[in-house]
Design a protein around this ligand. Structure first.
Ligand code: NI
Length: 409
């Protein structure tokens, strides 16, 4: 038993050494991606550079039918578990306002969410795990590792395109892990929690058909603005009255369009907004309630409602077993005092599509560092990361993969 523990210690030490060894190269890689950011589903240069790097590092690329995005595999023991690491690779339509030599060369586009950093970390994890093969019997890891370089996280369809490309099969993935940088917690810390981490994302659009007419003769009309006002009020009561105070949901109306003149009651009003929830059950409940009660309210007031409700992302809900393993991995890499309970957010993330298929855990990698000016949140024009955290992230990914292989074998 003691020998086993010592051997595991030795592996962690080796992981940390390798993370150090590869760090300067990974910083270069991250800066290159930073200079050439590409929008969702247009990540052509990024994809071909990742493929070139895989070749350079002798890591096997998985052939796919994806237009952008790519995947790789390190083959381990044949009957061992298969773990996937997912990194997103797309950028945002935001003009970068940082001044440094690796500033975005693409006008109006930048990696203001740090997906360049996530990509470098996944490549770092691949390098560490590749080098670690030598430490294992037969120079093989106890299982296989897949690396998903996913397009289009910021818009939609990226995760689903990877699932449809069959990447979770042949060999079948047993668990998937992913991370997001988090400037709100210090570099050198990791935040993990089981269960709910990020909200589902749904959009709705309600068109209220009334009957227009003269503003001074309301009795001859069915006023869609008055009906719409009642609908907005109604929507506010869904969360407060139909969702347990111990659960989370948000219904926000972001648009209310109606009318063109002060003396005319228009024919219709359009209300649109977003719904965020913390579980698929609440997501179902709100969709049903919203569509039924809006229709009934509008009809009770004499109008007709056309309702479109679109489910974009399910919530990120972390598997308890995988999250528990990752907490232990984090303790090995950053220590117990730097392993935090992750704070959830209602922001959405399409990693959740993978979690509908296989157990998974998404976690926060601390990148905050006020001394280096790393204080801005995601999507800010001056968004930054502390590049030291590339080490922590790659080491954490490699350690998590080995710990999951150990627990799932
Ligand atoms: Ni992001």
């Amino acid at each position: 038993m003691k020998n086993d523990t010592q051997a595991k210690h030795k592996v962690t030490e080796r992981i940390l050494q390798l993370a150090d060894h590869w760090h300067s190269r990974l910083v270069e890689i991250r800066r290159e991606f930073h200079m050439y950011p590409e929008l969702s589903n247009q990540e052509f240069r990024t994809t071909s550079r990742i493929n070139e790097m895989l070749q350079e590092f002798s890591i096997e690329k998985i052939e796919t039918n994806l237009t952008t995005g790519t995947a790789a595999i390190l083959h381990g023991k044949q009957d061992g578990p298969v773990i996937a690491i997912r990194a997103d690779i797309d950028a945002l339509p935001i003009q970068e306002e940082n001044e440094w030599k690796f500033k975005s060369k693409h006008e109006g586009i930048s990696h203001a969410c740090g997906h360049d950093f996530h990509t470098a970390i996944a490549i770092g994890a691949a390098l560490i795990l590749r080098d670690l093969q030598d430490e294992f019997p037969g120079k093989q890891l106890p299982g296989s590792v897949k690396f998903f370089f996913q397009p289009a996280e910021e818009t939609e369809g990226g995760a689903e395109s990877m699932i449809h490309a069959g990447l979770l099969q042949n060999p079948s993935v047993n668990a998937i892990i992913g991370l997001h940088n988090k400037p709100e917690i210090p570099a050198g810390t990791i935040g993990i929690k089981e269960g709910f981490l990020m909200g589902s994302v749904d959009d709705f659009r309600i068109c209220i058909k009334g009957k227009g007419g003269h503003a001074a003769l309301p009795e001859k009309t069915i006023d869609p603005i008055v009906i719409g006002s009642a609908v907005v009020q109604l929507l506010q009561t869904i969360v407060s009255r139909a969702v347990s105070p111990l659960e989370s949901a948000v219904v926000t109306v972001g648009q209310f369009h109606a009318g063109h003149a002060t003396n005319v009651i228009p024919n219709e009003a359009v209300i649109a907004g977003t719904v965020r929830t913390s579980s698929p059950a609440i997501q179902n409940r709100i969709e049903n309630l919203l569509t039924q009660s809006v229709r009934q309210t509008v009809e009770a007031m004499g109008g007709k409602a056309e309702i479109e409700y679109a489910r974009l992302y399910p919530p990120v809900v972390n598997d308890a077993k995988v999250a528990a393993v990752l907490k232990q991995s984090a303790v090995k890499i950053v220590g117990a005092t730097h392993t935090l309970e992750a704070e959830p957010t209602m922001g959405g993330e399409d990693f959740s599509f993978f979690q509908l298929e296989v157990p998974g855990c998404y976690y926060w990698l601390g990148t905050g560092n006020p001394e280096k000016g790393v204080i801005h949140g995601w999507h800010h024009p001056e968004f930054k990361v502390d590049e030291e955290a590339i080490k922590t992230g790659s080491a954490m990914m490699a350690q998590s993969v080995l710990d999951l292989m150990d627990k799932l074998k």
